[in-house]
Write a protein that binds this ligand. Structure first.
Ligand code: CMC
Length: 434
């Protein structure tokens, strides 16, 4: 925090307030307006939180103009090239990269928490066969608080750590169970000798009647996608987890709220929507028609996988995924993927279009991720679940950071009320129709 101040004078009342200007390690300064109501009798108004820092955090940094994303200070490109999802999970949760021993102990703990209670597994049979997997996952995650009582005391650091390991470990099992229920296959139990993503693929694709061998190319591709999706500072779902968690609710309930927030097409649901859109566009000839629709304000159609609240330059995650797309598709023998070719054309045409250029709309992380998930055989309805598995690490890191903060208070935004002023109750017989 610096000693800089911002003087604010209300011309109507003559009241002046000195607002402290706070500086982070990097990034723009923020104006601390927490006393503005006490001093000036007003609230601030920023409905979609476009310019509001809701908390202080040491986890992830984004420079949207420069296209920079750092996890605990490490560039995501470097982590994508050199690290693994388990190592990144440790980094986000504990703040530092693990030593060899810490990494082994962490992976061992995650492996030992992969099974879910059999009663919880039976929940899936209660869902309709065509239930969206995100509906099943958010419900089952919320239900975990009914089972794991030794990890719901938010004031006990050991409970918090058990919760963190448990939720990271069990999300793939829950996701795979949702998939198996959708396709009518028996659930496949975790194999703890396998690494995180290999185990995920095994639970997803193995069947009891034959041996299943994990394709290392698929496991590596999944691991990379999980690294790229692991955290993204105060996005909608993370802010939802923080807000729900700030009430003191149990952590499983808070994460379930995050899953629900992620589901929307403006957020994590975009990966599913991108593939639907590419299939709808169909061929390169149709691109101009759909671009015109995306620009038409009377149409609800948006170019899915394009644009971002923070990135006004290339999303660094999209750059990495586009680069590895060629390689992964080739290695999986899927390099004739027509949707990938279509996506490349669409990107090229949109990036030359004045509408997208002037609004700084670039492909985001979701534009290409679905193409890789498809090549891995993961059905479209599961794409956002994949995102949720990876982002669980970020949600938990933020929840832990918030709960450990001695200054934590319940999140409680205010409003600009524009409804009716005080009026008297009118008996039904005397009411006039408007
Ligand atoms: N297609 C067409 N126009 C767009 C798009 C798009 N994808 N995105 C933004 N715009 C236009 C928007 O209509 C507005 O135009 P104007 O200034 O003429 O009114 C301008 O660009 C600014 O957009 P905005 O809606 O104010 O931007 P926002 O920061 O509120 O929304 C967004 C960000 C990501 C929700 C939005 O860009 C969008 O809906 N994109 C498509 C959905 C998507 O890909 N979401 C994934 C985001 S990345 C992963 C994640 O967060 O989970």
């Amino acid at each position: 925090m610096t000693a800089k101040n911002f003087e604010l004078k209300n011309p109507n009342t003559g009241l002046t307030t000195s607002l402290p200007v706070r500086s982070g390690t990097i990034g723009p300064d923020v104006l601390d307006i927490s006393n503005i109501n006490r001093d000036q009798g007003v609230f601030s108004f920023d409905p979609a939180f476009g310019v509001t820092a809701s908390c202080e955090s040491k986890i992830t940094y984004i420079d949207g103009d420069a296209g920079i994303l750092l996890y605990r200070g490490y560039p995501v490109e470097e982590l994508a090239e050199k690290s693994s999802f388990m190592e990144v999970a440790y980094l986000l949760l504990y703040g530092e990269l693990p030593t060899v021993r810490q990494a082994q102990e962490f992976s061992a703990s995650i492996s030992r928490h992969t099974m879910i209670n059999e009663s919880l597994l039976r929940f899936f049979h209660g869902f309709h066969h065509n239930a969206h997997p995100m509906a099943m996952v958010s419900a089952v995650v919320a239900s975990m608080s009914a089972f794991y009582h030794d990890s719901t005391d938010i004031h006990d650091p050991r409970h918090r750590e058990i919760f963190a390991h448990r939720i990271v470990a069990k999300l793939p099992t829950i996701a795979a169970a949702a998939h198996k229920h959708s396709v009518g296959q028996p659930f496949v139990y975790p194999r703890n000798e396998l690494a995180y993503c290999s185990n995920m693929l095994s639970m997803f694709f193995a069947v009891p009647c034959e041996d299943y061998e994990v394709n290392p190319v698929a496991a590596k591709a999944l691991d990379l996608l999980f690294i790229l999706h692991a955290d993204h500072e105060q996005n909608a779902s993370t802010s939802t987890v923080r807000l729900a968690g700030s009430t003191g609710t149990n952590p499983y309930a808070a994460i379930s709220a995050g899953v629900a927030a992620l589901w929307g097409p403006a957020h994590g649901g975009a990966n599913e929507a991108v593939l639907a859109m590419l299939e709808q566009i169909g061929t390169v000839d149709n691109i101009p028609k759909y671009l015109a629709m995306a620009k038409d304000k009377s149409s609800h159609f948006r170019l899915m996988g394009f644009g971002h609240r923070v990135y006004k330059n290339f999303d660094p995650r999209a750059k990495i995924i586009r680069e590895i797309c060629h390689e992964v598709l080739a290695k999986l023998g899927r390099n004739d993927n027509p949707l990938f070719e279509l996506a490349l054309h669409l990107e090229e045409i949109a990036l030359k279009d004045e509408y997208f250029v002037s609004r700084k709309l670039y492909p985001n992380v979701d534009f290409y991720s679905g193409i890789i998930y498809s090549a891995l055989g993961i059905p479209r309805s599961m794409f956002t679940v994949m995102f949720a598995i990876a982002r669980t690490v970020g949600w938990v890191a933020h929840w832990l950071e918030m709960i450990a903060d001695p200054g934590m208070r319940i999140g409680r935004p205010r409003q600009l009320y524009t409804g009716a002023a005080r009026r008297d109750y009118v008996p039904a017989a005397l009411r006039k129709t408007a």
